[in-house]
Ligand binder design. Structure first.
Ligand SMILES: Nc1ncnc2c1ncn2[C@@H]1O[C@H](COP(=O)(O)OP(=O)(O)OP(=O)(O)O)[C@@H](O)[C@H]1O
Ligand SMILES: [Mg+2]
Length: 252
């Protein structure tokens, strides 16, 4: 048993993972829209900053000011989390060019993000290709020594930053880069009902899957560990709630 596991910041999830995550690896957090992927991943970063670690949120789906606003209800100490705004405004234009992100971009701390005003994205008028993002992250990892990173989401990265014909090869190369970086990374992936498995999952060292079920009393949420290389884990599907303090997993 590996003893130096890294906490996810969610006690019940750590229990399901038999202690937490094996550090330095990349994991998928998959689930349908609104299942809690962004909240879960952010809680993992909050746990890092609380422990004095340097952590990075790569925002590809929601602008940092909206993230900051959404996180407010949880009262988390997010100020020290660094955020890279890789949201591209290219989605407004058709046809979508694949743009280059500058390798000079610098993430900023959430404390500097104003929650009322959407700053122009860092990458505006540059291109955001997966290759340039990879180059940027590579230099940031060396310069800043992050111990935890969240990429939210791989779905957006695929959709906006890769050309169709190279999606699989680019994803593979990106996952390999993360594996070699030795930074513990959570990658969110949006699943659809038709999807048996997130395409990235077979390249990741583990997959945490979220489920959202609607019944007469409202939305119920569940979580499972679909895969976890190098560790035993809870094989059950457990219920979880999004509470005013964040995600609480009822791990039995
Ligand atoms: N304070 C809160 N209390 C309870 N539930 C909340 C709270 N804040 C958000 N939620 C729920 O969490 C959902 C959003 O969670 P999150 O953004 O993590 O989902 P996601 O899986 O990342 O979704 P997407 O794929 O759309 O990005 C909301 O739709 C809402 O149902
Ligand atoms: Mg999300």
């Amino acid at each position: 048993m590996i003893t130096n596991k890294q906490s996810t910041g969610i006690r019940g999830l750590d229990k399901m993972l038999h202690g937490g995550l094996v550090p330095g690896r990349a994991y998928i957090v998959s689930g349908p829209p609104g299942s809690g992927k962004t909240i879960l991943s952010s809680q993992f970063l909050v746990d890092g900053v609380e422990g004095g670690e340097r952590v990075l949120f790569v925002a590809l789906e929601e602008p940092p000011n909206e993230l900051k606003y959404n996180f407010r209800v949880f009262g988390w100490p997010i100020d020290g989390i660094e955020v890279l705004d890789a949201n591209s405004d290219i989605r407004r234009f058709e046809p979508t060019p694949i743009l280059e992100i500058s390798t000079e971009e610098e993430p900023v701390r959430f404390s500097l993000i104003r929650d009322d005003i959407r700053k122009t994205p860092d990458v505006e008028s540059h291109e955001v290709s997966v290759h340039s993002l990879q180059q940027l992250l590579k230099s940031l990892f060396i310069k800043r020594g992050y111990s935890r990173v969240v990429i939210d989401s791989m779905t957006a990265l695929r959709y906006f930053c890769m050309k169709d014909f190279e999606e699989n090869i680019s994803t593979q190369s990106f996952m390999r880069f993360l594996a070699e970086s030795k930074v513990t990374t959570l990658l969110t992936v949006e699943t659809t009902e038709a999807m048996e498995m997130a395409p990235e999952a077979f390249l990741a060292r583990g997959e945490i899957r979220l489920y959202k079920v609607r019944d007469e009393s409202g939305i119920k949420r569940f979580i499972s560990i679909e895969k976890y290389k190098g560790s035993t884990h809870d094989e059950s599907i457990r219920p979880f709630d999004i509470t005013p303090k964040g995600i609480v997993v009822h791990a039995g």
